[in-house]
Each structure stands twice: as structure tokens, then as C-alpha cells.
Write a protein that binds this ligand. Structure first.
Ligand SMILES: *Cc1c(COP(=O)(O)O)cnc(C)c1O
Length: 474
């Protein structure tokens, strides 16, 4: 029969929408979405029919459209297992929130809240009021405000305190923090003129003193979060720099980056300057992130002298960089946990994960090794290995924590097989992200708390492996 004649026998979208197999999908996805999916399937059927193929049944066409919708339904932002060994992985969303923070955020999402409303007086309030007291209590600062992230905190601080004037920074601290955050670029956008002092490896007190002039707006000290210069080096400590700044009557801004409120030595890690220490060293303003070591949602804190914070709050840019009620609620709940430092490692996931002992992680690896070996169907040797985790997000960049995990080493084929199993793991209902290291795929189990979920997830691995036999999904 002529293809054009046969094309008329293909059911219409309307007919298909009325068919039995589609009703459920309409209820679930909505009519317009199902109609669009049916149209896409019909387009390819028309093409196939022109080439001589038979017309599938209405039920087959409907099933194809529904399957496509279901495959598309899973969010690309769905939860995954971070087995990279980097606890605060920027690309995987950094800190996991404490249960109390999650509850507080949910409540703020569901109900009206006194965001900018003073319950005592019934008058207008300020959104910073919810956090100011807690932050000052925990850091020793006079005043505080919160913005979208630490990049915003630095941008807003520079613009508020030194627009059109010079900001003095050591050449050794002109860092790039991944992505688009480069200190010289931020300074340019903040409208301050960058005055570099010292050299890459050595900056002296006199370099700062000589550079300060009538046009100096501030001195900026930046935590060199993600690298370390070793060897013949010299930097001016915050305390000494604060004395110079005070002497010349210019404010000292200390961008701590991660900024911790807890003493990391409690968790067997090296010492990282706490925000309280940075304040007591004499910085006029300290900036730090909410979702790095602090363990809260994305946010940027600006803490320090009252007069400077008032100036920062008076900047119209503040409005563009402020945080919403959901994050404020989560931040408040997170900060409250710091009032009881002894129980922090039980309640705050970031600290809990950093504190997990290697022996415990190794025992978990031993429990899971046979299961993962079975799931990979003998294509990989699966062994329990010692490995090193890192904090991530630029906190103590050289520090590592002894950890344990599973090494998946291909029995043959090496590189291609590694890429294949990594892709299969990414396709699991809960994707598993590891790291490839010296010919093996390493799954560092430091951050695996939901062992049951991981076990259930692995039941799907064979299937995923087969599905990926022809290479990576597009
Ligand atoms: C991480 C970091 C920033 C940026 O903070 P975000 O919260 O990611 O915006 C700025 N400065 C330093 C020193 C950092 O380590």
C-alpha cells in the first residue's frame, strides 16, 4: 500500500489521549505534557512508516510516550552518594544540613514567618536580627550581616568600604577560588583599585606600610584557601597587619574563606583560624562562607565593627545580595548547634563526617566489598583499601584524613572499563560518584551514612552496566 495512504491510519493525538493506557499519565503529568510526548513519538513513527515500517498499535505508541515521560521525570538535582572522599565538595553541593536546620527550613517554607517583623513591638523588623545575636555570641564580633555567599560578602564589603579608592593586598594572596571567583576580578567589579604589595612568595610589614596613602580605603587579607606556597616565604600575620591598619586608620578586612566556628583540633585535624580568633587578632571585618566548614546552607557572613557593618547594610547592593527566609531559618538552627560544641560532631553532618574514624569506615568497606564485587559481575576486582579523604572547599587544603574505601580494578581492558563502570554508577537510581586513581575506581566510604540505601541501590548495577555496554549515555 502507498505510504501516504498508510500514514492516514496512524492514530491521532486526540484518539491516543482518550485511550486507556494514557489516562493515568494524564493524571500524573498533565494533558499538555502527555500530548507533547505523544506528538514526539508520532513524528518518529511517521518517518518509520514512510520508510516502510508497520504502524504500531495504539497501546504501543502510548506506552512509548509514557516511558519517555517517566525517564525524563527524575530530577537532575536528585540526591547522590558522594564517595569522592571530599567531604565539602563544591560541585556536589558542599555541606549537608543538620536535621534541626532542615526542620527549620521546612517550617519557614510552609508558613508565614516574622522575617522582617518585630513580634515584641509589632513594628517592622530587620532580617539580620534573627542571626545577629547568635553570630556575635559565637564570634565575639560587635555586629554581623549575612548575604548570598562569601563571594558576595567580599564584593559587598569592598564596594561599601572602598569604592573608588585603593584596596591593598599581598601578591601572594591574589587567589582564584575555582569557577569565576578571582580576587582581582572581584575587586575590579567592586569598584576598588587593587594595590598589590610584596611578591608572590614574600610580603613584609614594610610593604604594607609603604603602600598606605591618603587614597587607601582598606587592607584586605585573604586566606589562601586552595594552595600553599612553601620554601622561602614570608607573610604578615593578621595581628601584625591589624596593628599597621590601626596605626594608619584604615580598616583591615580578613577574608577567611571557609571560616570555622569550632576548633578543628577536636576532630584530629590541624588548626584552622577560627572566626573568633580572626576577630580577636584585630580584623575590623571578617568574611566567611555558610556552607563550608560551618556546615550550613550557602551564605556569606560579614562580621566585625558596628560602624562598618552599618555602612555595609546601607549599600543598595545589600538588597541584591540578601538571603531568603529559608536559608535564614536553616542558618539560625545551624548556628544554635555551636552553643554546645561537645555534641557538634553528633548533630552537624559536616563535623560528623570529618570525625568518622578510619576503623569504622574500614569495617563498612569490608561489609560492602562482596556485595559490590557481585554487582559488577566479576568484571572488576573489588578490594578494601586505605585512602585519604579531604575536607574540600579550600579548608586546610593540604590536610587529609585517613579513610577507607573500595577499589574497583578492571580484570581487563583498564581505562575503557573504568569509564564504563563510573558511568554505570552515575546511572543508578541514586548515582554513586567516586574518583579514578591509578587505574582503579575508588569509592571512599567516609561520607556513606545510608548504607542500607547504598545496598538497595546496588541491586540495579548489573542492569545499568548492561545498559551502558555500548558506551556512555548521551
Ligand atoms: C571559598 C572562598 C570564597 C568564596 O566563598 P563562596 O561561599 O563559595 O562564595 C572566597 N574567599 C575565600 C578565601 C574562599 O576560600
Amino acid at each position: 500500500m502507498d505510504a501516504n495512504v498508510r500514514l492516514r491510519d496512524i492514530p491521532s493525538v486526540d484518539e491516543l489521549l482518550r485511550s486507556a493506557g494514557v489516562a493515568d499519565a494524564v493524571g500524573r503529568f498533565g494533558r499538555p505534557v502527555v500530548a507533547a510526548a505523544l506528538r514526539r513519538v508520532l513524528t518518529s513513527i511517521r518517518e518509520a512508516v514512510r520508510e516502510g515500517a508497520d504502524i504500531p498499535s495504539s497501546a504501543t505508541i502510548a506506552a512509548a510516550a509514557v516511558a519517555a515521560l517517566k525517564a525524563n521525570e527524575r530530577s537532575t538535582l536528585r540526591p547522590l552518594f558522594n564517595l569522592t572522599g571530599t567531604v565539602l565538595h563544591t560541585n556536589l553541593g558542599r555541606a549537608l544540613l543538620a536535621e534541626t536546620a532542615i526542620d527549620a527550613a521546612m517550617a519557614a517554607m510552609r508558613e508565614a514567618v516574622a522575617l522582617e517583623f518585630d513580634l515584641a513591638s509589632g513594628k517592622r523588623g530587620e532580617r539580620d536580627d534573627h542571626l545577629r545575636g547568635l553570630i556575635c555570641e559565637l564570634t565575639g564580633a560587635e555586629d554581623a550581616t549575612v548575604v548570598n555567599n562569601n563571594a558576595a560578602a567580599v564584593l559587598l564589603t569592598l564596594n561599601s568600604l572602598a569604592a573608588g579608592r585603593e584596596a591593598i593586598v599581598s601578591r601572594g594572596e591574589l587567589i582564584e577560588i575555582g569557577g569565576a571567583f578571582r580576587m582581582p576580578d572581584i575587586m575590579l567589579r567592586a569598584g576598588v583599585r587593587l594595590t598589590e604589595v610584596g611578591t608572590t612568595n614574600r610580603t613584609h610589614a614594610r610593604d604594607y606600610r609603604d603602600a598606605i596613602g591618603p587614597d587607601t580605603g582598606l587592607i584586605l587579607k585573604v586566606h589562601t584557601s586552595n594552595y600553599r606556597i612553601e620554601g622561602f616565604t614570608k607573610e604578615v600575620g593578621a595581628r601584625e597587619l591589624a596593628a599597621i591598619a590601626r596605626d594608619k586608620s584604615v580598616p583591615l578586612i580578613n577574608d577567611l574563606g571557609s571560616g570555622t566556628l569550632a576548633d578543628l583540633e577536636h576532630f584530629g585535624l590541624a588548626h584552622e583560624t577560627t572566626v573568633r580568633e580572626a576577630i580577636s587578632e584585630g580584623a575590623d571585618i571578617v568574611t566567611f562562607s555558610g556552607d563550608k566548614l560551618l556546615g550550613g546552607p550557602q551564605a556569606g557572613f560579614i562580621v566585625g565593627r558596628k560602624a562598618l557593618i552599618e555602612k555595609i547594610n546601607g549599600n543598595p547592593m545589600k538588597r541584591a545580595l540578601r538571603v531568603d527566609k529559608i536559608r535564614l531559618a536553616a542558618l539560625e538552627a545551624t548556628l544554635r548547634l555551636y552553643r554546645d560544641p561537645d555534641r557538634l560532631h553528633e548533630r552537624l553532618p559536616t563535623m560528623r563526617l570529618l570525625a568518622r574514624p578510619q576503623t569504622e569506615i574500614k569495617a563498612q568497606a569490608e561489609r560492602l566489598a562482596p556485595l559490590v564485587a557481585r554487582a559488577t559481575g566479576g568484571a572488576f576486582a573489588v578490594s578494601v583499601v586505605a585512602c585519604e579523604s579531604q575536607i574540600g572547599s579550600g579548608a586546610l587544603p593540604l590536610a587529609t584524613m585517613p579513610s577507607a574505601g573500595l577499589a574497583l580494578t578492571p580484570s581487563s581492558g583498564s581505562g575503557r572499563m573504568l569509564a564504563k563502570v563510573a558511568a554505570a554508577l552515575r546511572r543508578l537510581p541514586i548515582p554513586v560518584i567516586g574518583r579514578i586513581e591509578r587505574g582503579s575506581l575508588i569509592l571512599d566510604l567516609r561520607c556513606l551514612e545510608d548504607e542500607e540505601g547504598f545496598v538497595a541501590d546496588h541491586a540495579h548495577l548489573d542492569m545499568a552496566c548492561e545498559g551502558g555496554a555500548d558506551g556512555e549515555p548521551s
